[in-house]
Design a protein around this ligand. Structure first.
Ligand code: XMP
Length: 311
């Protein structure tokens, strides 16, 4: 904590020296890295920072609301909240190929961000939540987060205050900056979000089923002490239905697949040994609370042969 305070003091001074009285822009996803950079910059340059939060409709339940609550209401930041849900879902309509879905989401994100950047006058700096592993292995995994696809006339000088930190160090700094645990200790979440967990061509009904079942899974894991213990856990809704029965009538609805894995580097992963009674409790809640779902399945596959995500 003392080291965190020292790091914050140093970076606040460094950012002030770099930025002077100029304006800074930040794409704030609500993930750990961009949130910590936002908190640090709010401390350093206050309202000279403008945060842009793009809600692409593929975020987890409560996430966009939390970004607004923490940064606008509690930290009094300049926050531009962009409701781009319809835009993204329209672009994705009918697109089933996973890599095409990713490309559309990434490209549309840059387009929305670019439009917002053009509306703002006199921005000279772009802040980014680059962390040390991003520099070490700038692979495809984080491509979506790096707003590197901006056109020539929108190239800003970069402000990257956490670029020499590892993830666990970023979390310590975030906590010292007063960010809530639910933001700082959150599990990894892919840039394309729930879009790769609503398999095949995304539809609004199945997307809501992913979001609602994911919220139930997270709630139950938290209640049973598994939050912060299991590396990544989420739900997936495939694009096929099966027959079921409810109130003496046949149903034809979607299944929900539960996934809970542990890993060190995401290259290989093992499946969490989730207690059977808890799986039964989660199943009961999902089948009774989530619209359009009549079955729950648990994915027993390690990586390899599966990947962590389903797409
Ligand atoms: P896989 O499915 O490849 O996932 O075993 C390994 C880790 O990477 C995350 N992941 C992504 N993260 N953009 C991201 O930012 C993506 O397109 C993406 N695909 C997978 C996944 O959640 C897991 O933690």
């Amino acid at each position: 904590p003392a080291l965190a305070e020292q790091f914050i003091a140093e970076q606040v001074a460094a950012v002030r020296a770099q930025v002077g009285d100029k304006k800074v822009l930040l794409a704030l996803s609500g993930g750990v890295d961009s949130s910590v950079v936002a908190a640090l910059l709010i401390k350093a340059v206050g309202k000279q920072l403008t945060c842009v939060h793009v809600n692409h409709g593929l975020l987890r339940k409560g996430e966009p609301e939390q970004v607004v609550e923490v940064f606008r209401n509690q930290m009094d930041a300049n926050l531009v909240y962009v409701d781009a849900v319809d835009r993204f879902l329209d672009k994705l309509a009918g697109v089933a190929d996973p890599e095409t879905k990713r490309k559309i989401i990434g490209a549309e994100f840059i387009r929305v961000f670019e439009e917002e950047a053009r509306k703002l006058e006199g921005i000279e700096f772009l802040a980014q939540g680059t962390i040390y592993p991003d520099i070490l292995e700038s692979g495809p995994v984080k491509a979506h987060h790096n707003v590197g696809g901006l056109p020539e006339d929108l190239q800003f000088a970069l402000v990257e205050p956490v670029k020499f930190l590892f993830k666990d160090e970023v979390r310590v700094v975030g906590k010292a900056l007063g960010l809530p645990d639910s933001m700082v200790f959150r599990q990894p979440f892919p840039g394309p979000g729930l879009g790769v967990r609503c398999l095949g061509a995304i539809t609004r009904d199945r997307l809501e089923a992913v979001r609602e079942s994911d919220a139930i899974l997270r709630e139950e894991f938290a209640k049973h002490g598994l939050e912060g213990k299991v590396w990544q856990y989420f739900t997936v809704v495939p694009d096929f239905k099966s027959t079921g029965v409810r109130d003496n009538a046949r149903t034809f609805d979607w299944p929900v697949i539960l996934r809970a894995v542990n890993t060190v580097d995401a290259m290989t992963a093992t499946v969490e040994d989730v207690p059977f009674p808890l799986l039964q409790e989660i199943t009961a809640r999902i089948t009774s609370e989530v619209k359009g779902v009549n079955r729950v399945l648990f994915d027993l596959t390690p990586k390899p042969s599966g990947t962590i995500e389903w797409e």
